[in-house]
Every structure is written in structure tokens, then in C-alpha cells.
Design a protein around this ligand. Structure first.
Ligand code: PEP
Ligand code: MN
Length: 264
């Protein structure tokens, strides 16, 4: 179902509020790594919207490497993001790590994210496929492009055809960046599959000063959308501060991305 042989034309995933992913417009999904408070979602949402971002992101359930790190606000956080999305007329995206969270998120958010660490959590994929909201499926950090497509197949085979693929960097021997952004995946995915492809340069490189450069490369290589982490005070962020853009950097980047998009 995910393959180009099955469907020749590109899939356009319809999200709420007239946002289409996989169409002409390149969508920028931006916001903090984690939903930390009501104010953070309202303030960051406003920054994202004013700069031209179209989808508000924020994690309520965070897959942290350490069990002692901030794990997210859970349902309370989802309420804050839903509120901000309503006020700003922006669709929202957040990650589900369990089957129960899929059900909860489908009530509060417009897109359900399956994170890199859960790309091969097959029960979770099936649960995402049983509900109606679009699903953004992130590539596992040690998964091949073919494995990503097979995981997408799990969602599609349950009857949910609104799947967005996401490259977010893989693990290689290189340790001067957080992950290695596999830009090669884009032309390959586009050849093998009709599904839209979103890229996440924030997690891909993991270093604030380089996120913008890689974001431009993502547009040039043919992304249907990108994910950017933004925080009004990254030094205080409870998660992924070192890769979160400051508001002014985000504004400038959005102008540059427009120029790149026009050139390609
Ligand atoms: C995130 O989007 O904040 C996140 C945890 O992503 P990933 O699953 O790619 O690490
Ligand atoms: Mn993050």
C-alpha cells in the first residue's frame, strides 16, 4: 500500500484547517520539544504563526533517554496545546508512545507522531492505523528506508491512509553531531513511495547553530515539510534546548526557506 507501484500519484494528506501535506506548499511544523506550560504554548505558537509556520508541535509524552529527565505533562499538556492551536487557528502534532496515548491524542491533536524509538512498535503502529487522524511516522535511528516503509505499511493496512514519513537522522560512527541526517532517504523514499516526506533537521543535527543550514538543505532536497524546535528561552528548556532555535533565528530562517523554496 505504501509503494509507488500500488499508487502512482503522490498522496496529499489532509490535515484540519486547510493544511495539506504533500501538496504544493511546504509546511513548517514548529514549537518546543516538550509542552512545558500553557504560556509556553501560547507564546511559542504566536512566534511560529507570525513567522509563517503552519503546524504547532509539542510533546506531552516524552521518550527521554534517562528516566530521571522530564517526562512531559501528559494530558494536561495536550490541553494547553489544543487551546493554543484553537486560539491561533493552527493544527497541532504530538507524540504517542503507547496504544492508550494514541486514543488520547486522537482527541486533542490533529496529527499523531510516532517517534523514532517506536518505529517498530507494531502494536502501536496498528493502533495508529485504527484511528482516523493523520500519522507522522519517524524513521528509527537504526532503521533502513525499507523498514520505515514496512512500518508505514502497518498503519496503512489498518485502514488509515494518511501517513507522513519522516527522516530525523540516523546513528552512524559520526559523533560530532547528534545524529546523521540522511538526506539520501528523500529521493529514495519518493521513488519507492507515494507518501509525503517531512524532514526534521532539529533532531537530525542536534546543534542550534547548524539547524538552519540543514533546514535549507531539507527544502532543496524535496521535503514536503520540516520540523523545527523553537523555544523562547532555549537555555531554560526542559528538553532539547541545545537544538532549539531562538525566536529571532526562527524568523530569519523562515525568510531564507522561502527563498530556497522559490529557487528549487
Ligand atoms: C521529538 O520530536 O521531540 C522526538 C522525540 O523525536 P524523535 O522520535 O525523532 O527522537
Ligand atoms: Mn525533541
Amino acid at each position: 500500500l505504501a509503494s509507488r507501484e500500488f499508487k502512482r500519484e503522490n498522496t496529499v494528506v489532509k490535515v484540519s484547517r486547510n493544511v495539506d501535506i504533500g501538496g504544493k506548499k511546504i509546511h513548517v511544523m514548529a514549537g518546543p520539544c516538550a509542552i512545558e506550560s500553557r504560556d509556553l504554548m501560547n507564546d511559542t505558537g504566536k512566534i511560529v504563526k507570525e513567522a509563517g509556520g503552519t503546524i504547532l508541535r509539542g510533546g506531552a509524552f516524552k521518550p527521554r533517554s534517562s528516566p530521571y529527565a522530564f517526562q512531559g505533562l501528559g494530558e494536561e499538556g495536550l490541553k494547553y496545546m489544543e487551546e493554543a492551536g484553537e486560539k491561533l487557528h493552527m493544527p497541532t502534532i504530538s507524540e504517542a508512545m503507547t496504544v492508550e496515548q494514541v486514543e488520547l491524542l486522537s482527541k486533542y491533536c490533529d496529527i499523531i507522531q510516532i517517534g523514532a524509538r517506536n518505529m517498530q512498535n507494531y502494536d502501536l503502529l496498528k493502533a495508529a492505523g485504527r484511528q482516523k487522524k493523520p500519522v507522522l511516522l519517524k524513521r528509527g535511528m537504526a532503521a533502513t528506508v525499507k523498514e520505515l516503509l514496512l512500518s508505514a505499511e502497518y498503519i496503512l493496512s489498518q485502514g488509515n491512509y494518511d501517513v507522513i514519513l519522516c527522516e530525523r537522522g540516523i546513528r552512524t560512527f559520526e559523533d560530532s553531531t547528534r545524529f546523521t541526517m540522511d538526506l539520501n532517504a528523500v529521493p529514495v523514499l519518493k521513488k519507492f513511495s507515494h507518501l509525503p516526506v517531512v524532514l526534521d533537521p532539529s533532531h537530525g543535527i542536534g546543534i542550534r547553530e547548524h539547524v538552519g543550514t540543514m533546514a535549507k538543505a531539507c527544502i532543496a532536497v524535496g521535503a514536503d515539510g520540516i520540523i523545527i524546535e523553537v523555544h523562547p528561552r532555549p537555555e531554560e528548556a526542559l528538553s532539547d534546548g541545545p537544538q532549539s532555535l531562538m525566536p529571532e533565528q526562527f524568523r530569519r530562517l523562515m525568510e531564507d526557506l522561502d527563498l530556497v523554496a522559490k529557487a528549487v
